[in-house]
Design a protein around this ligand. Sequence first.
Ligand SMILES: Nc1nc2c(ncn2[C@@H]2O[C@H](COP(=O)(O)OP(=O)(O)O)[C@@H](O)[C@H]2O)c(=O)[nH]1
Ligand SMILES: [Mg+2]
Length: 271
Amino acid sequence: MGDEESSLNDEPGSTRTPGAWFLPSPWRETRVAVVVPTYNEAGNLGELAERIFALDLPNLRLIIADDDSPDGTGALADDLAKHANEERDERMVVLHRTVKEGIGRAHIAGMRAALERGDDYVVQMDGDLSHRPEYIPHLLGTILATQAGVVIGSRYVVGGSLSTQWGRHRRLLSRFAGLYVNTILNLGIRDPTGGFKIWHRDALEGIDLTAIRSDGYSFQVEMNHRCKQLGRSIVEMPIHFEERNAGSSKISLAVQFESMLTPFALRFRRR
Ligand SMILES: Nc1nc2c(ncn2[C@@H]2O[C@H](COP(=O)(O)OP(=O)(O)O)[C@@H](O)[C@H]2O)c(=O)[nH]1
Ligand SMILES: [Mg+2]
């Protein structure tokens, strides 16, 4: 851990919690659930949980939605939960799902678990450390201040950035995907495909989660669309997006195909 001074600079790779100490105490106490879908993230989950629990948020709960990962992520999550729950009951909850159904389905299961337990704000993030846990207090502060339906940790607003390890091709593809969904759905969001977000409980309750059609990554876009239909505002906050830590991407051709078709299906579906 670095010293106090350097932690203020939000330097890449820092495991400190910059910003955590300027969240005023009633805000710190807010009940927030962090939902992380995992598939083969055993190389990342330990560090992820450690950094999340190091945040200065006493009423934070971590919910892992694992789709029976062959690398033992589920068992590792159980171990971590056993330890975390000695401190407070259900500080960490592990959902063991039997079939790999996609990131969207796993998120919905996690969100439901959070709502059932009475959490007021729900963070969704990836389990590969692309999304730095240290931004969670910033996301929380932003949603509390704006009362938006959702705050997106955005790579493409002023101050946001992408890992320098992203090549030209991947950058272009990501930009194109954003342009594509904005053109079809008129979302007006700079990073409509981003997956690091915080939801207001009311917005999640207003969105009919049983009607979500996306299994995979188009889940992010579909949820933004639903939020807008609900008349709730969407706010973006800059983040630096890191390259994944251990392991490899789970994005498949079928999932990419779904992401291409979903915006059309959402646009032309009758309500
Ligand atoms: N439970 C579950 N998690 C998934 C599934 N597919 C991806 N994930 C998780 O979703 C997050 C984002 O996936 P990742 O492969 O990093 O996507 P990429 O960053 O777009 O390449 C990671 O935590 C994955 O482990 C799935 O089918 N089920
Ligand atoms: Mg990733």
